[in-house]
Structures are given as C-alpha cells and as structure tokens.
Design a protein around this ligand. Structure first.
Ligand code: NAD
Ligand code: UD1
Length: 337
C-alpha cells in the first residue's frame, strides 16, 4: 500500500538511503531537513537513482511554525525521524546544542505530529544508549546507561516516545538502535559525506584510500580482542534502510512499541576492516597504531534476534560489500557532494 511519509533528516547519510528504498516501494516521500549536515545535491541524486520525485521542506525541526506548516501541507501516514546531531565529541563540548537539536527538536516534532493526527513514528536511536554494560553482546533488555551527552539525548527521546505512547496509545512508536552504519548505495551516487576530518573509522579509511589523508591512526592495539584492535558491529546502510521499511510495516499492523537493535550480530576488528578495504580498493591502507581513544569500548555487537523475530528482518550485506560500496562512492565523489 502506498503511504505518505515525512522523513526528517532525509537528506543525511542514513535518511537518503532510506528515502531511495521508500520511493522504490512506491511510497510518497517528503524530506524535511535544515541541511546543517547535508547537501541539497542529495535530492537530485535520489531522483537519478529512482526516477522519482521527492518533496522537500527546508526547515528546522525546532521551528514550530514550519513543522506545523509541514503537517498542513499533506496528510502523512507516518514520520521517520532521522534529524539530529550525532558527533559524540561535539556533544561533550556543546551539550546544550545537542539537547536543543535532539531533544527539543524531537519534542516539537512529536507535539505537532500528534496535533495533526499523525500517529506513527520511527525513531533513529543508537547502540550508544546502552553505555558500557560490561558485556559485549547487547540485547534490548539491558539497562540503558549512556556514558555521553549524545547517548543521553537519544535515551531521553526514547523515554519521551515511550511515555507518550503509554498516555496516548494511538501513537505507535518504533525505536531502532543502530550499531555502526557503513557502506553506500551500490550506484555510487549517494553515501556518507562527513564535514572536515572524519571521526568515524570507515570514512577515514575511505579518505586515506582516495589520497585525501595520509594514514589512519588505529586507536589502540592492546584491547582484549584477537588482534588487539577494537571490534564493532558494522552494518551496511542498505540493510539499515530496509530495517526502516520493515518497522513501518510493523507499525501498520501492531500497536505495541517496537524497540529493536539493528546490527548484524557479527563484529569485525578495526584491522579486519582496514584489510577488507584494502582488498576492495586494490591498494594498501597506510596506518599507524596510536593510543586508545577516550570513551571507546574494546568490543560490542548486536543481538539482532528480536528484530528478526518481530520484523522478519536480517542484515544481508557482508564486509566485502560494505567496503566495495564505500569505495565506489568515495572514488566517484572524492570531495563528496
Ligand atoms: P546525518 O548527519 O548524515 O543526517 C542527519 C540529517 O538531519 C542531516 O541531513 C541534517 O542536516 C539534518 N538535521 C540535523 N539537525 C536538524 C534539525 N534541527 N532540523 C532539521 N534537520 C536537521 O546523520 P546520519 O548518520 O544519517 O544519522 C541519522 C540519525 O541516525 C541521527 O539521528 C543519528 O543520531 C542517528 N544515528 C546515526 C548513527 C551513525 O553512525 N551514522 C548511529 C546511530 C544513530
Ligand atoms: C562512534 C560513537 C557512537 C556512534 C558511532 C557511529 C564514540 C565513543 N561513539 O562509535 O556513539 O553511534 O560512532 O556514528 O565516539 N577508530 C580508529 N581510528 C579512527 C576512527 C576510529 O581506530 O580514526 C576505531 C575506534 O577506536 C573504534 C572503531 O574504530 O574501535 C570504530 O570507531 P567509530 O567508527 O568512531 O565508531 P564507534 O566508536 O563505535
């Protein structure tokens, strides 16, 4: 069935890949984005991939009038809410900027969607909400104890949605806890385009491969892992995107809250990623070992069983595709959009 979906932050990395899949499933999509961390170029790329038009509302989710107008512009069936800030270090330095964008922004959005009679929301949460639980495989029923500002903003929005769902059960909620998204659309037309020096591993490796950075610093080689480097549950952005479509289908049929991890359940080490990327791009990735990065854990990965049982969803793309698709995007667009 064709639905009309409002996608906040739809011009961003995960949002743009999800929008492509929504259009491919014949949904009508409106992106609401302030372009604080994305480019309007994305719209043209999405249209090239899908041959379909996307409606755009350039607005900030904290701007109540604009959000209200957005909900007046069309009767939406659901909202997918990606808009937010996500840099852990920046959150520590500017906590109020993070509480304002992520928490206040989500509250304005939620109030206005309910006011407009829109009762389904899929929210971008993060494995960061678990904090440092003292075990490596994360199940959804672990206590939430985030250890940074960014993670706390995500937990607060989760709480806001759960509490509102209890008081107003017509609101159906899906909280999707992403592990480490990597990869790009196989066309090479859309991908991750970080501003400045990348904080995250995959975009850094990709910029070394394309000659924009000299070498990767591997933060720590003395972790209690097989090769001493950190291990993460990297998940292809295409799998993450399909998880959102599965969540929308779930909300169409169920009124109980959906709270699931989206990961592969299979961690890879930093060195394994470096070597896999080297194979994908056909050249060695220069690296040096550096001290551990503050706040990093040795290893964590998803227990994805709940998402599989509730949604029939599993991650399908392996490490080779994660690297090949990132490399295609990076080499075709060395300076991003
Ligand atoms: P992104 O920065 O590429 O996309 C976010 C989009 O939201 C951008 O287009 C940005 O311009 C927009 N935006 C930000 N603040 C806004 C505001 N106040 N009003 C309107 N638009 C705004 O990030 P992403 O990697 O695509 O992440 C999407 C969501 O998933 C975020 O909420 C992020 O916290 C969450 N998440 C990301 C990761 C990750 O590693 N990428 C992991 C877990 C969770
Ligand atoms: C980070 C965030 C997390 C967020 C996730 C995805 C922290 C503490 N956590 O997770 O909240 O959800 O990004 O956006 O920042 N590494 C290097 N060299 C680099 C970069 C990374 O060795 O230049 C290593 C890290 O030490 C880690 C692994 O690569 O072991 C993955 O790092 P990264 O991609 O930054 O993701 P996380 O730290 O897992």
């Amino acid at each position: 069935m064709t639905n009309s979906i409002l996608v906040t932050g739809g011009a961003g990395y995960i949002g743009s890949h999800t929008v492509v899949q929504l259009l491919e499933q014949d949904h009508h999509v409106t992106i609401l984005d302030n372009f604080s961390n994305s480019s309007p170029q994305v719209l043209e790329r999405i249209q090239r991939i899908t041959g379909k038009q996307v409606a755009l509302i350039k607005a900030d989710i904290r701007d109540r009038e604009s959000v209200r107008d957005a909900f007046k512009s069309r009767q939406f069936d659901a909202v997918i809410h990606f808009a937010g800030l996500k840099a852990v270090g920046e959150g520590e330095a500017f906590p109020l900027k993070y509480y304002d964008n992520n928490v206040t922004g989500s509250q304005v959005l939620l109030e206005e969607m309910l006011q407009a009679g829109v009762n389904r929301i899929v929210f971008s949460s993060s494995a960061t909400v678990y904090g440092a639980p003292g075990q490596t495989q994360y199940h959804e029923n672990l206590e939430l104890a985030p250890i940074n500002v960014y993670g706390r903003t995500k937990r607060i929005v989760e709480d806001m949605l759960r509490d509102t769902n209890k008081a107003q059960p017509q609101l159906r909620i899906a909280l999707l806890r992403y592990f480490n998204p990597v990869g790009a659309h196989p066309s090479g037309l859309i991908g991750e385009d970080p501003n400045g020096i990348p904080n995250n591993l995959m975009p850094f490796i990709a910029q070394v491969a394309v000659g924009k950075r000299e070498k990767l610093s591997i933060f720590g080689n003395d972790y209690p892992t097989p090769d001493g480097t950190g291990m993460r549950d990297f998940i292809h952005v295409q799998d993450l995107a399909s998880g959102h479509l599965a969540a929308l289908n779930y909300l169409a049929e169920n009124d109980s809250p959906l709270i699931v991890n989206l990961g592969t359940g299979r961690p890879y080490s930093v060195l394994e990623m470096v070597n896999a990327f080297g194979k994908a791009c056909g050249k060695d990735i220069s690296y040096q070992f550096s001290p551990r990065r503050a706040g990093d854990l040795a290893e964590y990965y998803a227990d994805p069983a709940l998402a599989t049982s509730l949604l029939g969803w599993t991650a399908k793309h392996g490490i080779e595709e994660m690297c090949m698709d990132t490399w295609r995007w990076q080499s075709d667009n060395p300076d991003g959009y």
